[in-house]
Design a binder for this molecule. Structure first.
Ligand SMILES: Nc1ncnc2c1ncn2[C@@H]1O[C@H](COP(=O)(O)OP(=O)(O)OP(=O)(O)O)[C@@H](O)[C@H]1O
Length: 248
């Protein structure tokens, strides 16, 4: 579904490339996390995949096709929810449909259905200022899926949430992902979260290619899995990989 091949990128202001010869692939319907030290280039990969910047070398294919304009095929959910404060929940969610010129009635029906399935019943006409952090992220996610894109790029969506809300949102995201069947690439700083939600974890290390770690935990995932020895072993392996200690 998504194939990144020998990607290299250097910011014009910088003297060294932030990404050097990075390759990985994500299969249709997979949930893959991207982890790595701060500054290793995770958000830059998202900028390149979503077409906000062009790589210096390498290729990005969606569904086997390399196209400059990837809008509509991939959707980016940024760290900050960027909800428009003057629009209601429903109107925020409808924004991508409006931009794409989709018929309003059909898009509204779809958005209202998602509002119910996402546990936001009764909030369609509320303004973002009335919502909790977790609710804002749900609205932001629904807006992302209303683009109709097959590949969703989620850039640390739960980074600003407290632990309990974060656990709730992880379970929520997995249940929606199971209904949607979309391909997800997910950036997180939280190794436990990466293991708990993913089929595979990609570890990005500055000046190195990324390492692919398949996660053999069964599905559905439950929050109690964080207490299992399997998860503890993955946590240790990934922590060592990020810090480079597995080479010692
Ligand atoms: N617009 C820019 N111009 C120049 N350098 C940039 C720009 N944006 C990011 N960088 C640099 O590129 C490197 C990678 O940044 P990026 O945001 O992709 O990393 P990240 O892994 O997502 O980091 P974090 O985990 O802290 O969000 C960093 O050293 C950063 O300072």
């Amino acid at each position: 579904m998504l194939a990144v091949h020998q990607l290299t990128y250097q910011y014009p202001e910088s003297s060294t490339p932030v990404l050097d010869n990075i390759s990985f692939a994500v299969q249709p319907g997979e949930f893959v996390s991207l982890i790595g030290a701060s500054g290793s280039g995770k958000s830059t990969i998202f900028r390149l995949i979503s077409g906000l910047a062009e790589p210096n070398a390498g290729s990005i294919k969606i569904g086997g096709i390399q196209e400059k304009n990837r809008l509509g095929k991939v959707a980016l959910m940024p760290q900050k929810d960027l909800l428009l404060p003057w629009r209601t929940v429903l109107d925020n969610i409808l924004l991508p449909a409006e931009i794409a010129g989709r018929p309003k009635e059909e898009a509204t029906r779809q958005a209202q259905e998602w509002i119910i399935r996402a546990g936001l019943s009764g909030y369609a006409d509320a303004y973002p200022s009335r919502l909790s952090g977790g609710m804002r992220q749900r609205v932001s996610f629904l807006r992302t899926i209303m683009t109709g894109a097959d590949v969703l790029l989620l850039d640390e969506p739960f980074g600003a949430l407290d632990t309990l809300t974060r656990q709730e949102m992880q379970a929520w995201l997995l249940s929606i992902w199971e209904q949607l069947g979309k391909t997800v690439l997910f950036i997180t700083h939280d190794i436990e979260e990466a293991v708990l939600v993913s089929d595979r974890v990609l570890v990005l290390r500055s000046g190195d290619n990324c390492v692919d770690v398949p996660i053999g935990l069964g599905r559905p995932r439950t929050k109690d899995m964080v207490f299992t020895p399997e998860l503890a072993a993955y946590r240790q392996q990934l922590t060592h990989m990020i810090s480079g200690r597995e080479r010692e």
